[in-house]
Design a protein around this ligand. Sequence first.
Ligand SMILES: [Zn+2]
Length: 136
Amino acid sequence: MSVPADGPCHCGRNDARGRPLSLARCCGRFLSELEATPAPDAGSLMRSRYCAFVLEDAGYLLATWHPSTRPPEIGFEPGLKWLGLEVRDERQLDSSHAEVEFIARSRLGGRGQRLHERSRFVCEDGRWYYVDGDMR
Ligand SMILES: [Zn+2]
């Protein structure tokens, strides 16, 4: 599944006027310029990682996964279609730790699925990383 860079971002974030941000202006810049443009906060990283799942960008997912919990590789479920992301809560615990609670909806073989997780993020050397999460 792909969306043109000027189409709405997969993560569903709106601009200040309530209109959908384009992929290019939202998560796309983090995915395409990982080194130069890291996500500025845990919520943005969470959203960009959702986009990376939609776009099956394993490289981005691994690069933004903290080395302490990072899996050796990432597999994508064949036929799985992501339907949308809802960020429920973003909590900055201190300058380098944050939590984001979200619900990601998907469909596989005609069946709807719902992933509800509270994820932990850590910031090291100016970059946020996904650490782990608790299913809700
Ligand atoms: Zn986005």
